[in-house]
Design a protein around this ligand. Structure first.
Ligand code: TYD
Ligand code: MG
Length: 461
């Protein structure tokens, strides 16, 4: 028995409401409820429950280790983030803003898988639901993708996509994008939250049933969430976020959710003329154009996930007569900068009330952890006083509101990365662990101590 009914669904979180209200009672968003028809013939909830065959219990020992081995894609950065590769039967969402390079990344990955990695050659299918086959072919030409076992089809209808899975029996499938495929069996309109969720649900079932790895492209809203259905994140095994500054070539790939491994790995790429290229040594890249030994420049080993990166924190302090002089923060959090400036004022007697302060991290990197506090403070102090920090010095540490320096996690790993790149001195909080070989530590108790005695003085040189 089937029944079509009208519900109102939140375009933010996917929650269902029986009648229209101005806000969503589940997530609190306003003006996000839209009308939707659900439960057409044969696809109503009851129907689906009645049709599904019962599962058979098995001893857990038999289930352990069963088909969860990842298969490498052959792209080192992607494999690093995935913890080895794509797991057969899994569904991954690749989210990112338009133009960041999602289609490019996945076309390259499929080409690499199809050409054969350590796991042997594989059949891959690229379903383009957004661009024409011709547009994808042009990109493939640019990327010099010619593998005969990589198939391309322009398709927006989900039943047709599933028919292609039957016909081709691929090992890995990309659907670009989940927001542009639709299932006519579902009552709701193409592009609606109900469609996106319904299509993803069917594809998850297909992936599990066939043991095929499916990667879905998902558009991301300005706020950073997957457009519309946050529920998509609960349906799939892995959610990857692909990010980058519009005017930089650097692209960062992170796992936001990963059922088969850690979410702490960072993948780095550069978008070039011939597609995306992995960046195996990001620290060297970020420091390549640095002018060492000039005021306002300090190098900090920061951590993104598990990956230590050496970044250059720059500050520019210039006098200003404005009643509230400008502060800009690029690549660091504006709130964090304000806090560091307040601490400098109170605890290091650095009066910046009549100065503009600009702080930036070079190279399009975004530092979101407190390990760069000390570098920010020293860069500001350096620019304000015109004294340079020695070229071979790095610094890492968090600054407390009392001006005290606190150790940040994995300091050894950060310092080891700095030592690898030839840095010989580090200003660190007092409690920091011992230095790796070839590096001398200068321990400071407070920000005032670091500025007055260690960062610029003879001890640091
Ligand atoms: P695309 O993969 O289409 O992004 P998305 O699928 O996330 O919308 O890539 C978009 C941008 O990348 C586009 O502006 C062109 C640029 N690009 C390059 O710079 N080099 C290349 O080799 C390719 C294929 C694209
Ligand atoms: Mg695209």
């Amino acid at each position: 028995m089937s029944r079509v009914r009208t519900v109102f669904r939140c375009s933010e979180c996917g929650a269902e409401a029986p009648k229209w209200t101005g806000w969503c009672s589940a997530c609190g968003a306003t003006g996000t409820l839209g009308e939707e028809l659900v439960g057409s013939a044969g696809t109503g909830r009851r129907g689906a429950v009645a049709l599904a065959p019962p599962s058979v219990p098995i001893p857990i020992a038999e289930a352990v280790g069963e088909a969860t081995e990842p298969v490498p894609t052959g792209d080192d950065e992607l494999d690093r983030v995935l913890g080895g590769g794509l797991v057969p039967g899994s569904v991954t969402v690749l989210g990112g803003e338009p133009g960041v390079g999602k289609s490019t990344l996945l076309l390259q990955a499929l080409a690499s898988i199809a050409a054969g990695t350590a796991a042997g050659p594989a059949t891959c299918l690229y379903v383009t639901a957004e661009e024409s086959a011709r547009q994808v072919a042009l990109r493939a030409e640019r990327l010099r993708v010619t593998s005969p076992s990589l198939w391309l089809v322009a398709e927006t209808s989900l039943p047709h996509v599933i028919a292609h899975l039957d016909a081709l029996a691929p090992d890995v499938v990309v659907v670009d994008s989940i927001q542009t495929v639709h299932d006519p069996d579902l009552g709701s309109a193409p592009g609606s939250v109900g469609q996106v969720r319904g299509c993803a649900q069917r594809l998850v079932a297909e992936a599990k049933g066939r043991g095929v790895s499916i990667v879905l492209v998902g558009h991301v809203t300005k706020e950073g969430g997957l457009a519309g259905p946050r529920v998509l994140e609960h349906l799939v095994d892995t959610v990857l976020a692909f990010e980058g500054e519009r005017h930089h070539a650097l692209r960062m790939l992170r796992a936001v959710k990963h059922r088969f491994g850690s979410t702490h790995e960072l993948g780095l790429f550069e978008m070039g003329e011939d597609g995306l290229e992995g960046v195996p040594d990001p620290s060297a890249l970020f420091l390549a154009d640095r002018q060492a030994g000039v005021p306002g420049s300090v190098v900090a080993p920061v951590l993104d996930g598990q990956r230590p990166l050496l970044v250059e924190v720059q500050a520019l302090v210039v006098p200003s007569n404005a009643p509230s002089p400008r502060r800009t923060a690029q690549g660091v959090d504006g709130g964090r900068l304000a806090q560091v400036l307040a601490v400098l004022d109170r605890h290091a007697e650095l009066d910046l009330s009549r100065a503009e302060v600009h702080v930036a991290v070079a190279g399009g990197v975004r530092v979101v952890e407190p390990g760069a506090d000390l570098a920010m403070a020293l860069a500001v102090a350096s620019s304000a006083t015109g004294r340079a920090v020695p070229a071979q010095l790095v610094t890492c540490g968090e600054i407390g509101l009392g001006g005290e320096l606190r150790q940040v996690h994995r300091t050894e790993r950060r310092l080891a990365e700095a030592a690898r790149l030839g840095f010989q001195r580090a200003v660190v909080p007092r409690s920091a662990p011992d230095a790796p070989g070839g590096m001398r530590l200068v321990r400071a108790a407070s920000i005032a101590d670091a500025i007055d005695h260690h960062a610029f003085g003879p001890a640091a040189a």
